[in-house]
Write a protein that binds this ligand. Structure first.
Ligand code: SF4
Length: 469
């Protein structure tokens, strides 16, 4: 029986989320075609005789792109069962059912997806329920089967400060997260739990990607230090088996501080940079998000990483219903003080908080004073700031950010600096920018690329993706 697995979008990385179910299904004799729509196109020939189409919705942008694809999927394979899996599948059940998705799977979904395929093969109609199937039971992971995904050379490269490039492989050592940050899409599905991918599976996956040309591994775990012992085993094996391979991971500020003793080990094993969802330098906002760190912790985490020679790639949600103009200027100042101006893509300074269905933010008592009803097109709850000047500044920063790379980063930062001070009714002080001592490798990481560029007339929302920290 033929199955097509589709990933609409994953920030320039070869998708583990297709390679894992592909391994399960092929091991049971299914004929599987993987399509990564960030690189490949839908082609009618790929859908001849297909009985199951499973679309991975790991991100908000991926979900919106998938919605646009459905008419063509229906045209190419009118009889196929449509299934959506990934974090955003259960969250958007009403919209997805309306579009014709018969099954929605969340969490550790490979066994359920495999059962669904088996039922179709046996001619048993899949049970169509309005309720998504979310399972967090431990999964016997397999080495992901990446055999028919586009080559790693088609994906994002790591640009090194010396002008060279590294080919990036993408591995996951865990899924879910033990934290409950209110704005995070992992939380409604995993509810504070995480699942580890066994060390031998992770290493097997890295081995095949190194053989395919990877010289850098990007770990896509929501937080690499959710399981410090597990992380230590992975890192130590990486150092032993692949001393020439560098890597990066996503680690929350709180973990960087609480597990500071692990940072030298990460550095020794080749950790080049850590992505960390700093989100804000305003403690009132951080409390609303329940991030588990305060504004001062950002400095501490940057210092701890620099002490061992690891760069920090911070991500932010600068525009929230609680953002103040002073707070926004304070964020810009902090980037200058920490010499991070050159390592924060301007689009990061334009990110607007996304409130999807199921978000724990909707549990805040006063959130309903600022949000409008759910918008099925944007797949979220639109909100307006009480001060229209803040929303106007967000739009202005977004327009400025869209001019990168035509305009250099420091020039854009200066323009944003001026715009923020003008919005606050102040003269902008001369920008105290000096040539940086900290030029970092760059790579499209969650939140560092404009997450919903395909929808150019929509604001730049922060994808608090499954790879978030
Ligand atoms: S934002 Fe990061 S640390 Fe917080 S729940 Fe999500 S993945 Fe976990």
């Amino acid at each position: 029986m033929k199955v097509v697995l589709i990933n609409p979008y994953e920030l320039g990385r070869q998708p583990f989320a297709l390679a894992q179910p592909a391994a399960w299904l092929r091991a049971d004799g299914f004929e599987v075609k993987c399509l990564d729509l960030s690189i490949q196109r839908l082609d009618a020939d790929d859908f001849v005789g297909v009985e199951l189409i499973a679309v991975y919705l790991g991100m908000h942008t991926a979900t919106r792109l998938a919605m646009q694809c459905v008419p063509r999927l229906r045209q190419y394979a009118p009889g196929a069962h449509l299934c959506a899996f990934g974090l955003y599948a259960p969250m958007n059940q009403a919209v997805l059912h309306e579009l014709g998705f018969g099954s929605l799977l969340g969490g550790e979904s490979e066994p359920v997806l495999h059962d669904l395929a088996v039922r179709l093969r046996e001619g048993t109609s899949p049970e169509i329920t309005d309720e998504p199937i979310v399972t967090l039971a431990k999964v016997p992971f397999r080495i992901p089967d990446r055999s028919d995904l586009p080559p790693l050379s088609s994906y994002a490269h790591l640009n090194m400060p010396d002008g060279t490039q590294r080919t990036v492989g993408f591995a996951e050592a865990s899924r879910g997260c033990k934290h409950l940050c209110r704005h995070c899409p992992v939380v409604p599905v995993y509810n504070g739990r995480f699942r580890i991918v066994p060390v031998d599976v992770v290493l097997g996956d890295i081995a095949q990607q190194v053989a395919a040309g990877a010289t850098h591994i990007s770990f896509g775990d929501p937080d690499f230090l959710n399981g410090p012992t597990h992380a230590r085993r992975i890192v130590s094996a990486l150092q032993r088996d692949y001393p020439q391979i560098s890597f990066d991971a996503t680690i929350k500020v709180e973990h960087l501080i609480n597990h500071a003793e692990l940072l030298p080990e990460l550095a020794a094993a080749g950790c080049m940079f850590v992505t960390s969802a700093v989100e804000s330098v305003d403690d009132a906002v951080l409390t609303r998000l329940d991030k588990g760190h305060n504004a001062a912790d950002f400095n501490t985490a940057v210092g701890l990483l620099r002490d061992v020679g690891i760069a920090m790639s911070p991500t932010f949600v600068p525009f929230t219903p609680w953002t103040t103009l002073d707070g926004y200027i304070a964020l810009l100042r902090r980037l200058i003080e920490l010499d991070l101006v050159y390592s924060v893509p301007p689009v990061q300074l334009a990110i607007r908080l996304l409130i999807p269905e199921g978000s724990y933010l909707l549990r805040l008592d006063d959130i309903h004073e600022v949000v409008d009803p759910f918008d099925p097109e944007m797949l979220g709850y639109p909100w307006r700031h009480a001060n229209p000047t803040v929303d106007a500044l967000q739009r202005q920063v977004e327009q400025l950010a869209a001019t990168e790379p035509a305009r250099p980063r420091e020039e854009l930062f200066a323009a944003i600096w001026d715009a923020a001070h003008a919005a606050a009714g102040r003269r902008a002080p001369t920008l105290p920018l000096t040539p940086t001592a900290h030029r970092y490798p760059t790579c499209p990481k969650p939140g560092t690329a404009a997450p919903n560029r395909p929808h150019s007339n929509s604001p730049v929302f922060r994808e608090t993706s499954p790879h978030d920290g």
